[in-house]
Design a protein around this ligand. Structure first.
Ligand SMILES: *Cc1c(COP(=O)(O)O)cnc(C)c1O
Ligand SMILES: [Zn+2]
Length: 444
C-alpha cells in the first residue's frame, strides 16, 4: 500500500453503515448481507484545487508512462487510491472518442448529440474499464490470499473483458454463459483468451445464481457487478465526457441498462466531478431498456416499486436481465439526477440502429435501445431540441455482425423501404455494371 493522501473503503449500501478495508475479499456486508459501495475520502480530494486536478489529467494525457495511457488509471487517485502502479493490469482501456453527430441527432430530435464510443475499448465494450479495476485489485490481493481463479456470469461482454484482463495478469478465469443467448463473436472472445468457458442451459439470471454459489463454495473470486470495484473503473467515463466537452456538463446522458451497474457508475462519476469542483451541476440521466427486459421501466412507472421479471427475448442480448443486482443503487442515482427510464420495442430498436448506421455508426443493438429512447424522449418533449445529449454506445457493433447481416441479407420485395442493403450480384462486365449503377447516379 502506498503513502498516498487519498483513501477509500467499502461501506454497506443497505444502510447498516458497516465498513471494510478494500484489501478484504468480501462481496456483501458481513453484518446484514447488503451490497457494498466504495466510499472515498472526499475531503482529501478537495485538498487539491479543480485547476490542479485538471492540470494533472492533462499532463497524464501527454505522458508515456503506461498507466497514464489508460483512461482509467490516469484517474487513479479517484479509482483505487491504495493500489500500487505495479499492480495495475491495463490493456490500454478508456479514453474513447466522444463523437458529435448533429445530423443524426437532428433526425432523432436533439441536434446537439454526442456518441461516447465505448466499443473502442480493448475487448469492444465498456466492461473493460470496470474489469481493469477489479483484476488489478485481485492481482494485489493474490499476495495476501489464495485466489485460485476469477469467475463471472455474463450476457457476453463481461466474460470477454474478464477473460482478456485475467489472461493479461496470468490469473485463471472461468466464465458462465447462457447457451445460445450470446452472439458467436462474444462466445469466441473468452475461448480465444483461454478462459474456461461454460455454456449453461439457462438464462443470465440462472447463470448468475450458479456462479455465485460455485464461487462461494470454492473460494473463487466473483467478478459480477455486485462487486463494487468495477463501478470505480466505470465511473471514469463521466470525467472523460466532461473533459471532452471542454469541462462542460451535458444536459442528458442516455445509458443502455441491464444489471444497472453502468448507470450507477456514470452517476457516481458526475458526483465525483462536482465534489472536486470540476462541475457545478449534474446532468439528467436516462436508463434505456428493451421492452422485453424492462423491470426498471416498470418500477419507474409504478412510483419506483421494483419487481423482478423473467426477461424475454430481445436482440439487445447484453441487457436481457430480469433481476438487476444494482437496482437499488440505480434507483437512488436516478432520483438524485432527476432521472427517467425509457423502453423501446424490438422494431424501434432495429430502426434506431439502422438510422445510426446510415449516419456512419456501426451501432450495436444496445446502442439502438439508447437511440430509440432518445427518439421517444424528444417526441414526448422531455428532451428539448437544443439540449446537449450524450448517448453511451456500450459495445462495438462488430460483436453483433450476425444480426446486421441477417437483417441486410434477408430477401424481401422492397429492400429500400425495409431499410435493407443486400449486396448486388452483377455480371463482371461494364455494360451490366452501368445498367445497374447509372440509374442510381442519376437519382443522386
Ligand atoms: C453490460 C452491458 C450493458 C448494461 O450494463 P449494466 O451495467 O449491466 O446495466 C449495456 N450494453 C452492453 C453492450 C453491455 O455489455
Ligand atoms: Zn450491512
Amino acid at each position: 500500500m502506498s503513502t498516498s493522501p487519498f483513501s477509500a473503503w467499502f461501506r454497506c449500501f443497505a444502510g447498516c453503515g458497516e465498513t471494510y478495508r478494500l484489501s478484504q475479499v468480501i462481496l456483501r456486508c458481513q453484518r446484514c448481507g447488503g451490497l457494498l459501495d466504495v466510499v472515498h475520502d472526499e475531503q482529501a480530494w478537495r485538498s487539491r484545487s479543480p485547476e490542479a486536478w485538471r492540470g494533472l489529467l492533462q499532463q497524464r494525457q501527454l505522458s508515456s508512462y503506461p498507466v497514464d495511457q489508460s483512461g482509467v488509471w490516469a484517474q487513479r487517485e479517484w479509482v483505487l487510491p491504495g493500489l500500487a502502479c505495479a499492480d495495475m493490469v491495463t490493456l490500454g482501456e478508456g479514453r474513447v472518442p466522444l463523437v458529435p453527430m448533429p445530423v443524426l441527432g437532428g433526425e432523432l430530435g436533439a441536434k446537439s448529440l454526442y456518441i461516447k464510443q465505448c466499443g473502442h475499448n480493448p475487448t469492444g465494450s465498456f466492461k473493460d474499464v470496470g474489469m481493469t479495476a477489479l483484476v488489478s485489485m485481485v492481482q494485489s490481493l493474490r499476495r495476501l490470499y489464495t485466489i485460485p481463479a476469477i469467475a463471472c456470469a455474463s450476457t457476453g461482454d463481461t466474460s470477454a473483458a474478464l477473460a482478456a484482463y485475467a489472461a493479461r495478469a496470468g490469473i485463471p478465469a472461468i466464465v458462465f454463459l447462457p447457451a445460445d443467448k450470446v452472439s458467436d463473436e462474444q462466445l469466441v472472445q473468452p475461448l480465444a483468451n483461454f478462459a474456461t468457458t461454460c455454456a449453461l442451459d439457462t438464462d443470465f439470471d440462472g447463470c448468475m445464481r450458479l456462479a455465485a454459489e460455485f464461487c462461494e463454495r470454492h473460494g473463487v473470486y466473483l467478478a459480477n457487478s455486485m462487486n463494487p470495484l468495477r463501478i470505480e473503473g466505470q465511473k471514469t467515463l463521466a470525467v472523460e465526457i466532461c473533459s471532452q466537452l471542454g469541462w462542460r456538463v451535458p444536459d442528458w446522458v442516455i445509458v443502455p441498462s441491464g444489471n444497472l451497474g453502468h448507470i450507477t457508475a456514470i452517476g457516481k462519476g458526475f458526483k465525483l466531478l462536482r465534489a472536486v469542483g470540476l462541475a457545478e451541476r449534474l446532468p439528467r440521466l436516462c436508463a434505456a431498456q428493451a421492452e422485453a427486459a424492462s423491470p426498471l421501466y416498470s418500477a419507474y412507472r409504478n412510483g419506483w416499486t421494483f419487481q423482478p421479471v423473467t426477461a424475454g427475448p430481445t436482440q439487445a442480448t447484453a441487457i436481457r436481465i430480469g433481476s438487476p443486482v444494482n437496482v437499488h443503487k440505480a434507483i437512488a442515482i436516478l432520483k438524485e439526477f432527476s432521472g427517467v427510464v425509457e423502453s423501446a420495442s424490438e422494431d424501434e430498436i432495429t430502426q434506431a440502429w439502422l438510422t445510426g448506421d446510415r449516419h456512419g455508426l456501426y451501432a450495436d443493438p444496445q446502442t439502438g435501445v439508447a437511440l430509440a429512447a432518445l427518439r421517444r424522449l424528444c417526441a414526448a418533449g422531455t428532451i428539448r431540441p437544443d439540449e446537449h445529449v450524450v448517448v453511451i454506445s456500450t459495445a462495438h457493433g462488430l460483436k453483433f455482425s450476425g444480426l446486421k447481416s441477417a437483417h441486410h441479407m434477408r430477401q424481401s420485395g422492397d429492400d429500400g423501404r425495409a431499410g435493407r442493403n443486400p449486396p448486388r450480384v452483377i455480371a463482371a462486365n461494364l455494360n451490366d455494371l452501368e445498367a445497374a449503377l447509372l440509374p442510381q447516379l442519376e437519382r443522386a
